[in-house]
Design a binder for this molecule. Structure first.
Ligand code: NDP
Length: 455
């Protein structure tokens, strides 16, 4: 007989796991279907292993800086094989932890790839794709689509020779010379990770600047930081083809130039993972590449919901988690709530980090007009940079409304930017004014004290 559940969750990533556990806490009978490792992009091939790589890369840089503090280190030898192996072990531990947490929450886990066989029924295949053997049939009063997204592989001759971000965590070691295509989150993070670990890096960017959508002045500081480390950034580059064999690649550009490397990383965005879900069978509307939902995460079919990257709103782990919990609280907890997608802090873990909350200067000018805002900024060399004498000078910016002094945006490139902006986000959410910032006594010597002393 077919198993009947209150809720079937497709995908054990950040959004799916959060929704499943919260729904079970509210008394629902829940099953999660996952064909890959439990944990999703964030835990398995995203935020967590990436941040561990950042720590590894920073540790290496700190050893090079040691001399400035009178510490003599004869030779820094980097074993990226060991680093990647240790990270994979940690990811495995975290995935197991998530499985245990599901069990403790009373959520059943079914391993396999789910697809709609009718609006209330999910068939689970042993492997991905239509040829996979069906191993289980599940019936659900409600179904939550939380299958996430996957990295885009651009279409040009030889693109299959390149890596996407998923591949980076599976490599045996990082090679000597790497080409990175893109100017977004992943490209700017991996440029620093690889450079810090001793690789030679060339960054190929199709536009004229990095990190489109972020404050332009801040993105310029990130560019300075990348170039100062000896990374060549080539702007206005379009890839025509990649030729060669794994380990020895030639990237051909449409302007006739070519770049030799031992590996190419395509960091050119992500797409919702909708293949093989058979959404048409359930009547779920998909607008080409994503599943649209209303403010309560409901699709056009009232008993089918979606959260996370598959809805392509703010594609960040904490947002997916909140969407999952808001869905469960609304549907099973008798406390309907929506998610605030407008005030979301984000960080690029470049070195130094860029972090931001609220309106950028450009957004504030577009929305309110140049005369309606005041921009406060501080650009300086931090104390941590004084002896090693490296890295771009920090930049801190506050964007405030002229009419009532409310701080609309707080942005920063500098050490610990993500940690600092996380706390500043509370003040911005509480509609703090510039005068509130100024009234706060500075904590000295810190980088963030400039936020309460800048004029
Ligand atoms: P992003 O959307 O951040 O950046 C994509 C980059 O690829 C842009 O620079 C874009 O250029 C470029 N690009 C797109 N299409 C092409 C093309 N055809 N040829 C050349 N370049 C192209 O995507 P990422 O892959 O870096 O990251 C994916 C998502 O993952 C992020 O949007 C974010 O949601 C999430 N993420 C979050 C992180 C964090 O929170 N720290 C870290 C990593 C990922 P252009 O600017 O010209 O459009």
């Amino acid at each position: 007989m077919m198993d009947l559940y209150d809720l079937i969750v497709l995908g054990a990533g950040s959004g799916g796991l959060a929704a499943a556990k919260r729904a079970a806490k509210h008394g629902a009978r829940v099953v999660v279907v996952e064909g890959d490792q439990v944990g999703g992009t964030c835990v398995i091939r995203g935020c967590i292993p990436k941040k561990l790589l950042v720590y590894g890369s920073q540790a290496c840089t700190a050893l090079h800086d040691a001399e400035a503090y009178g510490i003599s280190i004869k030779q820094v030898r980097v074993e990226t094989t060991a680093l990647l192996r240790n990270i994979r072990a940690e990811v495995e531990r975290l995935s197991t932890l998530h499985i245990d947490l599901l069990e403790k929450a009373g959520v059943k886990l079914v391993r396999g790839w789910g697809y709609f066989s009718d609006p209330h029924r999910i068939s689970v295949r042993h492997s991905q794709g239509p040829s996979g053997k069906v191993i289980q049939e599940l019936q659900g009063k409600r179904i939550l689509i939380a299958v996430g997204s996957y990295p885009t592989r651009l279409s040009f001759t030889g693109s299959e020779l390149a890596w996407v971000s998923d591949d980076m965590f599976r490599l045996e070691h990082f090679p000597k010379r790497v080409v990175i295509v893109g100017a977004g989150f992943i490209a700017c993070e991996f440029v620093h990770i690889l450079r810090g670990l001793g690789c030679d890096v060339v960054q190929l960017v199709r536009g004229n600047y990095l990190l489109r959508g972020f404050d332009r002045e801040l993105s310029e500081v990130v560019r300075e930081g990348i170039e100062e480390r000896g990374v060549e950034i080539r702007f206005g580059c379009n890839i025509k083809a990649i030729e060669g064999k794994p380990g020895f690649l030639t990237t051909k550009l449409s302007n006739g130039e070519q770049v030799e490397s031992n590996g190419v990383l395509l960091a050119t965005g992500r797409h919702p993972f909708l293949q093989n879900l058979n959404l048409g069978m359930a009547g779920v509307y998909c607008d080409g590449c994503r599943v649209p939902v209303d403010e309560y995460q409901t699709t056009n079919v009232p008993h089918i919901f979606a959260v996370g990257d598959v809805t392509d709103r703010r594609n960040l782990t904490p947002v997916a988690i909140d969407e999952g919990r808001a869905f469960a609280d609304t549907v099973y907890g008798n406390s309907p709530r929506t998610v605030n997608h407008n005030l979301v802090a984000s960080a690029v873990f470049s070195q130094p980090e860029l972090a931001t909350i609220g309106l950028t200067e450009e957004q504030a000018v577009n929305q309110l007009g140049r005369d309606a805002i005041i921009v406060h900024r501080a650009r300086f060399r931090s104390l941590a940079q004084a002896l090693p004498k490296r890295g771009p000078r920090c930049l801190l910016k506050l964007v405030a409304a002229r009419s009532n002094d409310q701080v609309l945006g707080c942005h920063m490139v500098g050490e610990h930017a993500s940690e600092i902006i996380q706390m500043a986000a509370i003040a911005i959410g509480m509609k703090a004014t510039k005068a509130d910032f100024d009234r706060t006594m500075a904590l000295h010597p810190t980088v963030s004290e400039e936020f309460v002393t800048m004029t």
